[in-house]
Write a protein that binds this ligand. Structure first.
Ligand code: ZN
Length: 406
């Protein structure tokens, strides 16, 4: 570790800081601007004429007029959707290279020590083991991807997408606040459109070869219409982190919610306590076999009969929770949130209360960004050693959720 880097106090093990993060030095976090965050935003869609038009999240979610809208500048019909997402704020201050170091950037990860100094090596091992035919060139690139940071909203929506699509429904998530030190001359001008130029799989080497420390890109998957950055690890000077499952900010369910949850829990208990009954319908040989296996494990045979009732019950639970905990979250994000938390429930034999606690905790991050950021920004800052190592294999990377997984 290089203790001569500006702003870094003598090396202190992270165990002293949070007990989780390894291989870091503490640092002073530069004064950063946290841009206002909320999930009530609308969208803009681009037209072939080159113009862009506003679309509310409600209209987007409802796919009004079979997902068509008029273009304000030219009057043509736009078939709206992810493929024509436009920059939400044409005057987005993140377009200015000179502003980038002033902003706090965010990232969510299942790793408590992102950017991990051992990630590249782990990734290399996983790739060579998992895809033995992959050529060295591909292995090197995929184990050396650029790091991705974005707005608060983009970071949180990235977590939701991973919960939905990437078997991370049960994973712990950590939210990072990131300080960058970019040379404005080494940031690509303008931005890449994620629809046209895949940004997720840019490698650090590719960035360096092109003379860049960072490339901006237009998000079309998370917080669509916002700008994120793909950066080389060296550009990250300090991070702060909180465990999103451990935050103590979330208030208890209020009396009304608690009464509702109790009633739901009673209904669930009642459904589960019903005596085993044979199913009403014909069971295939496989189903009969599964039922016998389940019976040997002491589970109820014939539970299929109540499947619809379980489904209805959970739907009612989710709807009560959404009404209480997703106020002010736009319809598109709310839908994504619901399927993200539902993915968790499917893996869970759990009860209404534990689901509700989890739901409220994750929803708080969407409805109270300023409180979460205030809490995050008081955490000790750390400098990832990986961002300062000269060993290429020591550079930490994280596969940034490519649209097409490797
Ligand atoms: Zn137009």
């Amino acid at each position: 570790m290089d203790a001569t880097i500006d702003g870094i106090t003598p090396a202190i093990r992270a165990d002293d800081v949070r007990g989780r993060i390894q291989h870091v030095t503490t640092a002073s976090m530069p004064a950063l601007t946290d841009r206002p965050a909320d999930f009530a935003y609308g969208y803009r869609m681009r037209c072939e004429c080159g113009g862009a038009s506003d679309l509310s999240a409600d209209d987007y979610a409802a796919e009004v007029d079979e997902a068509h809208m008029p273009c304000s500048p030219c009057g043509n019909r736009i078939h709206f959707g992810r493929a024509v997402i436009a920059l939400r704020d044409p005057a987005d201050p993140a377009l200015d290279n000179g502003q980038l170091n002033r902003f706090a950037w965010y990232h969510t990860s299942t790793s408590p020590d992102w950017p991990s100094p051992t990630y590249a090596q782990q990734q290399r091992q996983a790739l060579t083991r998992g895809i033995p035919s992959m050529r060295e060139e591909g292995v090197a690139r995929l184990s050396n991807l650029a790091l991705h940071v974005g707005t608060y909203e983009a970071a949180i929506e990235n977590m939701l997408r991973r919960m939905r699509n990437q078997s991370d429904a049960d994973s712990k998530f950590f939210l990072y606040r990131v300080a960058l030190d970019l040379d404005p001359q080494r940031v690509e001008a303008g931005y890449r459109d994620e629809n046209l130029q895949p940004a997720a799989q840019l490698s650090s080497a590719e960035l360096r070869e092109q003379g860049f420390q960072a490339v901006r890109y237009l998000n079309v998957y998370e917080s669509p219409g916002s700008l994120s950055l793909a950066v080389i690890p060296d550009a990250i000077t300090a991070v702060q982190v909180v465990d999103l499952d451990a935050h103590g900010l979330v208030p208890d369910h209020d009396a009304h919610m608690s009464r509702q949850l109790s009633a739901f829990q009673s209904d669930l208990d009642e459904l589960r306590s019903r005596p085993p009954t044979p199913t009403d319908r014909h069971m295939s040989v496989l189903e009969q076999l599964q039922a016998r296996v389940e019976a040997r494990r002491g589970k109820t045979v014939g539970v299929n009969r109540s499947g619809a009732e379980f489904g209805e019950l959970w739907k009612a639970v989710e709807s009560a929770l959404a009404e209480r905990y997703l106020l002010g979250v736009n319809a598109i994000v709310a839908r994504g949130f619901s399927s993200a938390v539902r993915a968790r429930r499917r893996h869970d034999d759990g009860d209404v209360w534990s689901f509700a606690d989890f739901y409220a905790t994750r929803a708080f991050v969407l409805t109270h960004p300023s409180q979460v950021v205030a809490w995050l920004s008081t955490q000790p800052a750390a400098v990832p050693s990986a961002s300062r190592t000269e060993d290429p294999m020591g550079r930490s990377q994280e596969i940034p959720i490519p649209p097409t997984a490797i």
